[in-house]
Design a protein around this ligand. Structure first.
Ligand SMILES: Cc1cc2nc3c(=O)[nH]c(=O)nc-3n(C[C@H](O)[C@H](O)[C@H](O)COP(=O)(O)O)c2cc1C
Length: 313
């Protein structure tokens, strides 16, 4: 047994580290740099029923502790993801978590039904929290009743476990998390980006063509830790945590807060080797702190022995 292996619904992870959706595309660029087999899982870019060009440019801007983006769910569409991207990823022995997005509940249902039937998709991540699209996206993730409805509709058609991605742009995140658990979700992923903005001093206009964008990177880590710490005590389904993770120490902080696995997003743009580096360093950091297996770390900040649904492999 590896000290990093962990089982979550649908996911038999050799380690708890995975690239976050939208920060790794469909893996093709990173596959030229390292062997993707080292990863615990891969969360692929959001897939919508039809191809999307996304928002007008400029759609990314740097900030002091991260970045703003308003990509607007650019992706090649369901058909291409099924016929080209997933078969490419089938060359690797890595569980795939397919990120599903849409404008209407029917869109989510269509994509979820078809993509969950792909042989190498092990779980879905429902993106009901994207701040950069006008319809759907965040609108689903900020109202507990709507979040319940979309989760339930997708659960009815999905062939694999469903994780729902929470938006931090809400007053009461636990209320949404509990509604999603009641709708039958198998897990949560959290958090998506925080709504933000930058202004160009020369023009007086917003830097992003979209006006606002989603803030990611180290600036949002304390927000994510607070939210995971809170939500993990209110639900019994596991959480995959994300937001500003850059090191093995950050991963342990997430696990202590109550996450059962951790995704790395923006840091991939700073250092494309960040995931394999963290995977290599994690056992040393864990053993330094006196832990033999990562399961001992989960929820450490608020309990001695985790009750969350996971098991050692
Ligand atoms: C450029 C970019 C594109 C993203 N695209 C998606 C997406 O398609 N679907 C999604 O659920 N989240 C998307 N996200 C959010 C990330 O998956 C992640 O939740 C967020 O960036 C926080 O993690 P980080 O601070 O490590 O980047 C995107 C983030 C960035 C920076």
């Amino acid at each position: 047994m590896s000290c990093l292996s962990i089982k979550l619904p649908g996911l038999d992870l050799k380690n708890p580290i995975m690239p976050a959706s939208g920060c790794f595309g469909f893996g093709r660029e990173y596959a030229k740099l390292y062997d993707l087999n080292v990863l615990g899982a891969i969360m692929i870019k959001a897939t919508t029923a039809e191809p999307r060009f996304g928002n007008p440019t400029p759609r990314v801007a740097e900030t002091n502790a991260g970045m703003l983006n308003a990509i607007g769910l650019q992706n090649p569409g369901l058909e291409k993801v099924l016929s080209e991207e997933l078969p490419f990823l089938a060359n690797y022995n890595v569980p795939i978590i397919a990120n599903v997005a849409g404008s209407l509940i029917e869109d989510y249902v269509k994509v979820a039904k078809e993509i969950s039937a792909a042989p190498n998709v092990h779980a879905l991540e429902l993106n009901i929290s994207c701040p950069n699209v006008k319809t759907g996206g965040i609108a689903f993730g900020t109202d507990p009743a709507v979040a319940f409805e979309v989760t339930k509709a997708v659960k009815e058609v999905s062939e694999v476990p469903v994780y729902v991605k929470l938006s931090p742009n809400v007053a009461n995140i636990s209320e949404i998390a509990v509604a999603i658990e009641q709708a039958g979700a198998d897990g949560l992923t959290m958090i998506n980006t925080l709504l933000g903005m930058r202004i160009d001093l020369k023009t007086g206009r917003p830097v992003l063509a979209n006006g606002t964008g989603g803030l990611s990177g180290p600036a949002i880590k304390p927000v994510a830790i607070r939210m995971i710490h809170e939500v993990s005590q209110k639900v019994s389904i596991p959480i995959i945590g994300m937001g500003g993770v850059q090191s093995a120490e950050d991963v342990l902080e997430y696990l202590f807060a109550g996450a059962s696995a951790v995704a790395v997003g923006t840091a991939n743009f700073v250092d494309p080797f960040i995931c394999p580096t963290i995977i290599e360093e994690l056992p040393y950091k864990m053993h330094e702190l006196g832990f033999e297996h990562i399961s001992e770390c989960i929820g450490r900040s608020w309990k001695q022995h985790a009750k969350i649904a996971y098991s050692r492999t």
